[in-house]
Write a protein that binds this ligand. Structure first.
Ligand SMILES: Cc1cc2nc3c(=O)[nH]c(=O)nc-3n(C[C@H](O)[C@H](O)[C@H](O)COP(=O)(O)OP(=O)(O)OC[C@H]3O[C@@H](n4cnc5c(N)ncnc54)[C@H](O)[C@@H]3O)c2cc1C
Length: 391
């Protein structure tokens, strides 16, 4: 595969670049570079307006098929879009959970009615989503979810608690993994689960923020106490939740991360510029670590290209399975490097806040979306064909 841009790719790149350059000046100049990891609370209203601006100009959900409101971009152009978005320092996307997780799941598993109802507001930036998987007793061991949903008239009624629910405080809807039937066999706990689409703004849903290291609350506890959703809002059918939930996780760990990691280049540039300014770059150990960080990002880029070159069909090969583990480690090290370049200033909040937030938030990278240990199990079992972990 020729990894250089073709003439058509080049003109697509120009189109994205000029759209972003024009759009991110004027009213939207303030959102440039804001709202990324650790900065999620920044400028909510302006970023919501940005989300709608992107939607109105056809620049949300670019990888979705055209019939579902996307542009049907092949993976290669999808990456170009993300590269240009990162280069322009486009703001953290408020709609990313809907666009990268729920949308692709509905396209793969949803009914035509569900697709018609839920996809257009994601494309337009009108409805925000959150992911209701984890519970106090169910994280890596997701099949242990204890949230229950029972039919009552035309609705499902939910009781239970979710935790670590990112952006639940802004979300209009949550996709919830809930138990709708008891497991017949305790060794087959993934049976009897359903994937429900639940409105967040109703009595019976309580969102309690959890304060994080950064001092903000990117995630929350969510309590369902008699919350209701229509019987039709179950994706893949009652009892099919595990299959659908695993589909969502494959999207979470696969193509959606190809773009996210391009923002790391901007962070490394900021760290390098600081090291030049404050003299840290004179330290040979720091110089080596800056070089290692650069190499780590290049490896990520090359692995993304390798993944793409093996997948003209649009589905990701097994190379993609190392992506989450690798970027989480690289990004966490980048946060540590930022602290060491800041030196004593790392302990003082005096304007270098973005790098301090990078350090604090990147501690979570090796946990969410599947912890490093779980990713290693997945690579061992699914990519290398090693024996399954004893249960
Ligand atoms: C910033 C952030 C945002 C998040 N956002 C969301 C969200 O929006 N929605 C949502 O549903 N969840 C979210 N999560 C939760 C996340 O998915 C879980 O934290 C993660 O799945 C791990 O589960 P746990 O915290 O219960 O840890 P546990 O599963 O209890 O794991 C504890 C430790 O044991 C290890 N471990 C567990 N099982 C194995 C195994 N089989 N083999 C080897 N080691 C193992 C883990 O690697 C970890 O080190 C978020 C988490 C973070 C940090």
């Amino acid at each position: 595969m020729d990894l250089r841009d073709s003439a058509e790719d080049e003109s697509f790149r120009d189109e994205v670049r000029s759209f972003l350059e024009v759009s991110l000046s004027g009213d939207f100049a303030a959102v440039r570079g804001r709202g990324g990891p650790g900065d999620e609370h920044a400028l909510f209203d302006q970023r919501l307006a940005w989300e709608r601006h992107l939607g109105a100009h056809g620049w949300t959900c670019v990888a979705w098929p055209v019939e579902h409101g996307g542009r049907g971009l092949p993976l290669r152009r999808h990456v170009i879009y993300h590269e240009e978005y990162a280069r322009a320092r486009g703001p953290g996307r408020l709609g990313h959970i809907g666009e990268t997780l729920l949308g692709p799941t509905l396209i793969a598993f949803g009914s035509p009615e569900q697709q018609r109802r839920f996809l257009p507001p994601i494309v337009a930036g009108d409805e925000l989503w959150c992911q209701g998987y984890s519970e106090p007793g169910a994280g890596s061991d997701l099949a242990s979810v204890a949230t229950r949903a029972e039919p009552d008239g035309d609705d499902w009624v939910l009781h239970g608690q979710k935790v670590w629910t990112s952006l639940a405080h802004w979300a209009h809807w949550c996709f919830v993994l809930a138990r709708t039937a008891p497991p017949v066999d305790p060794r087959r706990r993934h049976e009897g689960l359903s994937y429900l689409l639940v409105p967040m703004r109703q009595d019976g849903v309580e969102v309690r923020p959890i304060v994080q290291l950064t001092g903000d609350s990117e995630f929350n506890e969510v309590f369902f106490d008699g919350a209701r959703t229509a019987l039709g809002n179950v994706v893949g059918g009652p009892g099919q939740g595990w299959r659908v939930a695993m589909g969502t996780l494959a999207f979470e760990r696969g193509a959606s991360t190809l773009g996210q990691q391009l923002n790391f280049r901007n962070e490394l540039d900021a760290i390098t510029a600081l090291a030049r300014r404050n003299g840290a770059a004179d330290d040979p150990v720091i110089r080596q670590r800056l070089a290692r960080a650069h190499i780590g990002l290049e490896i990520m880029r090359l692995n993304a290209l390798r993944t793409l070159s093996g997948t003209e069909s649009g589905t990701l090969g097994r190379e993609a399975l190392i992506g989450k583990l690798y970027w989480a480690i690289v990004h966490r090290s980048l946060g540590e490097l930022a602290m060491d370049v800041l030196g004593a200033h790392a302990t003082v909040v005096d304007g270098a806040e973005a790098l301090q937030r990078l350090f604090l938030f990147s501690r979570a990278d090796t946990i969410y979306g599947g912890s490093n240990q779980v990713q290693r199990n997945i690579i061992g079992e699914r990519a290398l064909g090693l024996p399954k972990e004893p249960r």
